[in-house]
Write a protein that binds this ligand. Structure first.
Ligand code: FE
Ligand code: FE
Ligand code: ZN
Length: 293
């Protein structure tokens, strides 16, 4: 199983520090933002200690496909109301694709976008337009559109919307999906019947297009369209369903990334990864995380 979490990429060690952080959680996969997720200022990749990071990854048999990049969530390709916002998104995404190549990764997770009141159809068409503009030099980078909770005017909360994007975009072969368990639950998919959800996904999109997954519990009930992540076993999805998803035979080769919240400012990932590897829930996990033991 390939499992990890999102890790930080801070000065001075950047990507090398990110890999070290992942290893400290006994992870064999990781996800990074190329800088602060809430803004678009970025350091040149030449300063990010990429060579050293890949050497360390090789030492621990972490392949480049297990290094996932997440685009910052402020870029909104669906905005057809404000030209500047859209153009900024296209420009940033174009550069981000170049950074992904320089970093030596292959998968870039992207939130499709929010239509900001212009309507879902206009939003989806604007995303297609933005992808076509930004993906001109896509090379072998895969853009993994993330399934969204449907909060506000977010798009991508139905598999059919993803299908629409894939059908209409120019560089369709480079479009994949990142399935987020909290988001699909919040969007109304019933994880109690995950096999049916997966079957529906396969019918509409195709399982071969699933590039990675985000494994999160949810603070809200199914269909709430809220998007608030909970620690595994402390939300409305629950540990056993999430554990079943993580170990699902059809998802064996899919990279899984935890984005669960810190507990008292401490990362929960070492403990959550251990629970998933064992396949059993530890009632006292939050206390262990707090104590760091
Ligand atoms: Fe995301
Ligand atoms: Fe996510
Ligand atoms: Zn989320």
């Amino acid at each position: 199983m390939k499992i990890g979490s999102h890790v930080s990429m801070a000065s001075p060690e950047y990507l090398l520090g990110a890999v070290k952080e992942a290893l400290s959680y006994k992870a064999n996969a990781l996800m990074i933002y190329t800088g602060p997720p809430q803004n678009t200022r970025r350091k040149p990749v030449s300063e990010m200690k990429v060579e050293e990071a890949h050497a360390l990854m090789r030492e621990y048999a972490i392949d480049a496909d297990s290094l996932i990049i997440h685009a910052p969530y402020i870029i909104n390709l669906a905005n057809s109301a404000k030209a500047e916002t859209f153009e900024l998104a296209v420009e940033f995404l174009t550069k981000e694709i170049e950074r992904v190549k320089e970093i030596g990764a292959h998968v870039l997770v992207l939130h499709p976008g929010s239509h900001v009141g212009m309507g879902e159809d206009a939003g989806l068409d604007q995303i297609v337009h933005g992808l076509d503009e930004a993906m001109k030099q896509i090379g072998d980078v895969q853009i993994a559109l993330e399934t969204m909770a449907g909060k506000g005017s977010e798009l991508g909360y139905r598999f059919e919307q993803m299908r629409y994007l894939m059908d209409h975009a120019k560089y369709k072969d480079n479009l994949k999906i990142c399935m987020d368990t909290c988001h699909i639950h919040d969007a109304g998919y019933d994880l109690n019947h995950f096999d049916d959800v997966l079957e529906e996904f396969d019918q509409i999109i195709g399982l071969d297009r699933l590039a990675c997954m985000h494994i999160n519990d949810s603070k809200n009930s199914k269909g709430a369209r809220k998007d608030r992540h909970a620690n595994l076993g402390f939300g409305e999805i629950g540990f056993s369903l999430l554990n079943g998803i993580v170990h699902h035979p059809k998802l064996q080769n899919v990279v899984k990334i935890l984005e669960t919240p810190y507990v008292d400012e401490k990362p929960p990932y070492r403990y959550e990864i251990a629970m998933l590897n064992k396949g059993c829930f530890d009632e006292a996990v939050l206390e262990h995380i707090r104590k760091g033991d």
